[in-house]
Design a protein around this ligand. Structure first.
Ligand SMILES: NC(=O)c1ccc[n+]([C@@H]2O[C@H](COP(=O)([O-])OP(=O)(O)OC[C@H]3O[C@@H](n4cnc5c(N)ncnc54)[C@H](O)[C@@H]3O)[C@@H](O)[C@H]2O)c1
Length: 261
């Protein structure tokens, strides 16, 4: 059990399709103790999903757009635990007009929301929970869709936010390394989740991935991402930081479609 005795806070688990749920399951399997966060109307869904975990973790209210929620969550975590070993940021959101091919017309308010929830919030959580980690070190991870070098159909301002998130990951790695805190991103291939269902044309990705990923890909199998998270949160990769770890079947490394298998 590579996470025995580790205490991890996971932000962003919704229903059972959620990448957060796959991560939570793998972390528990590896012996981690968990606390979850959710917010607003999503809370009921998170509560239902959490019942499938064993033991059922407590869930704190934390809207990453509300500094008061983040502060309250830090206080709650501090009451339960004297230290935090891991932080998982599996949070993203874009208003409808920031996705779907309206790139040239998206108003700044929608762009700002997308960037705040999907990129800036990683820095917000990292800074807020730092006092619980800085004495002994730890690991922080976020969830990325490899975006810094390419534009994707329909992904629009979420794509820009993911590029920003990759950069945030590197700057956090720079500033938190002195506390022996590692900061990495998992670049997952497409997975059928609640957030993904809001991306128009998302299903088209499946065929694309199958044709190009040498290891193959399934939109339904989230467990490889969960296991990658477990390894990044463990002590095994203790000199890995500022890294974008691809869990995408190898898609990113291919220049063209592969011949049919
Ligand atoms: N599904 C994919 O294909 C895919 C691929 C690569 C990366 N990702 C990333 O993985 C992460 C998790 O997404 P998912 O696909 O599991 O979907 P999901 O809907 O299960 O997770 C998104 C989470 O973000 C949370 N969230 C949104 N706004 C928030 C706010 N203001 N405050 C706090 N939490 C908020 C939601 O409550 C939800 O739990 C996201 O960053 C997503 O971009 C997804």
């Amino acid at each position: 059990m590579i996470l025995k005795g580790k205490r991890v806070l996971l932000a962003g688990m919704s229903d059972r399709r959620s990448i957060g749920y796959a991560i939570a399951m793998e972390l528990q399997k590896e012996g981690a103790e968990l606390l979850l966060t959710s917010f607003g109307r999503m809370m009921t869904i998170t509560e239902m999903t959490a019942k499938k975990l064993n033991p059922v973790p407590d869930i704190l209210e934390m809207d990453v757009q509300k500094p008061s929620d983040i502060k309250a969550a830090v206080e709650e975590v501090s009451k339960r635990w004297d230290r935090l070993d891991g932080l998982v940021h599996s949070v993203a959101f874009a208003p409808q007009d920031a996705l779907g091919g309206q790139f040239l017309n998206t108003p700044w308010e929608s762009v700002a929301t997308t960037l705040q929830v999907s990129a800036f919030s990683f820095k917000e959580l990292a800074a807020a929970f730092l006092p619980l980690m800085k004495e002994h070190g730890g690991s922080m991870i976020t969830l990325d869709f490899d975006n810094s070098t390419q534009a994707w159909p329909k992904y629009d301002w979420m794509g820009v936010s993911k590029a920003a998130l990759e950069s945030v990951t590197r700057y956090l790695a720079r500033d938190l390394g002195r506390y022996k805190i590692r900061v990495n991103a998992i670049c997952a291939g497409p997975l059928a989740t609640l957030a993904a269902s809001g991306i128009p044309g998302f299903k088209d990705f499946e065929g694309e991935w199958e044709k190009r990923a040498p290891l193959g890909w399934s939109l339904q199998d989230r467990s490889p991402v969960g296991r990658a998270a477990a390894v990044l949160l463990s002590d095994y990769l203790n000199l890995t930081t500022g890294e974008l770890l691809h869990v995408d079947g190898g898609y990113h490394a291919m220049g063209a479609e592969l011949p049919p298998r």
